[in-house]
Design a protein around this ligand. Structure first.
Ligand code: G6P
Length: 367
């Protein structure tokens, strides 16, 4: 049956709102909540022997991979090498013997990613694939298929596929950590419990849709927008900037908050809105001090944080968006929602073709 927009104005908005459902669906296929255990379907080799992971992807899927690098290294203590598929393929990467190469793709057909996959296969790597289209080339060529259950994604700018990729990668990181003996059963149960909170937290984030729509006019006139984040939320800053570029055609850059002083700070003035992603937690104070550097130069800040973070640092911001308080593990999933909604509403305010942005394709099948 044809996929309809229903009551939504665009597929992108419909897909943003589907996230609690599809993330829950995806998590259900990886986690067994009753026994509080992390299960991975179709895993027919022993991941405990893997000492290094190579992650390769493009676009939004690449940013999901960047988040996974933080998780795999933090929880499983397994080093991760990550690259854009178009770079990876031609830089003569050094691949460990018996290594695991992990490819992330919504479509499973992106030419650069597929070429990188075939290269790794020829080099004897075990091929794991996080993919949304189960009949795709990548799904067929994988040794280990890790499906996302986002359903068909029509909007060119990826949204629900991204959060489902994060859900699978978080489950995989936990599984990996267990197999590496890095998590006690109690810690594992705690991680699973936090993951299972993700759909409700996504709903809480979505409740800010109207408020974000109302603040879109503050961003729409900007020529440049800067996004800042730290740790696993740094890739979310990159993803926020990518979303805004893709559909509103405003130039945007994502930066690691602490790196701003080495360049982008020179761009800050009243005309450059700075979107700060800062869940409260161990990295919060550092990010807030970077935010103060922006403020001292007249920069206009949109702070996305939880009640605690906003209480501490929300004053004097151009706008704030309150997220639920979440475990750092699921923050990247939850903070995806406000950056998607902000890009969406700014694009709508500018009157661009949200679902079919100029010059972009849903699936890029040329190298
Ligand atoms: C295109 C799409 C992006 C997507 C990227 C990678 O550029 O417009 O939304 O993130 O391809 O696609 P994949 O299907 O491999 O995830």
């Amino acid at each position: 049956a044809a996929i309809e927009k229903g009551n939504y104005r665009h597929f992108m908005l419909k897909e943003i709102f589907e996230q609690p459902t599809v993330v829950a669906q995806t998590l259900r296929s990886y986690l067994r909540p009753l026994e509080q255990q992390v299960a991975l379907p179709q895993i027919d080799f022993d991941i405990s022997g893997v000492d290094r992971v190579t992650i390769v992807a493009c676009g939004t899927s690449y940013y999901a991979g960047m988040v996974a690098k933080y998780w795999f290294e933090q929880f499983a203590r397994v080093p991760v090498d990550i690259d854009f598929a178009s770079e990876f393929r031609y830089r003569q990467p050094v691949l460990p013997e018996g290594g695991l190469a992990l490819f992330i793709s919504q479509s499973g057909e992106t030419a650069d990613t597929l070429a990188a996959l075939r290269h790794c296969k020829a080099e004897g790597q075990t091929i794991a694939v996080v993919v949304n289209v189960p009949t795709s080339s990548m799904a067929r060529e994988a040794d280990l298929l890790l499906p996302t259950h986002a359903g068909p994604e029509i909007g060119v700018a990826s949204t629900k596929a991204f959060t489902c990729q994060l859900a699978v990668l978080a489950a995989l990181a936990a599984h990996f950590a267990v197999k590496k003996g890095r998590l006690s059963p109690a810690e594992e149960a705690e991680i699973v419990a936090h993951l299972l909170e993700a759909p409700a937290c996504l709903n809480a984030a979505l409740a800010h849709d109207e408020e974000i729509a109302a603040m879109a006019h503050l961003i729409a006139p900007a020529r440049d927008v800067l996004y800042l984040g730290r740790g696993p939320d740094f890739p979310l800053a990159l993803e926020g900037a990518l979303k805004l570029k893709e559909i509103s055609y405003i130039h945007a850059e994502g930066y690691a908050a602490g790196e701003m002083k080495h360049g982008p700070i020179a761009l800050i003035d009243e005309a450059v809105p700075v979107i700060v992603l800062a869940p409260s937690g161990p990295l919060f104070e550092k990010t807030v001090s970077n935010m103060q550097e922006v403020r001292a130069r007249g920069g206009k800040i949109v702070l996305i944080s939880d009640a605690e973070g906003l209480e501490e640092a929300g004053e004097g911001c151009l706008a704030t968006i309150e997220m639920p308080s979440v475990h750092p593990l699921i923050a990247p999933l939850v903070y995806a929602v406000p950056v998607q909604l902000l890009a969406y509403h700014v694009a709508v305010a500018k009157g661009t073709d949200v679902d079919q942005p100029r010059n972009l394709a849903k699936s890029v099948t040329v190298e």
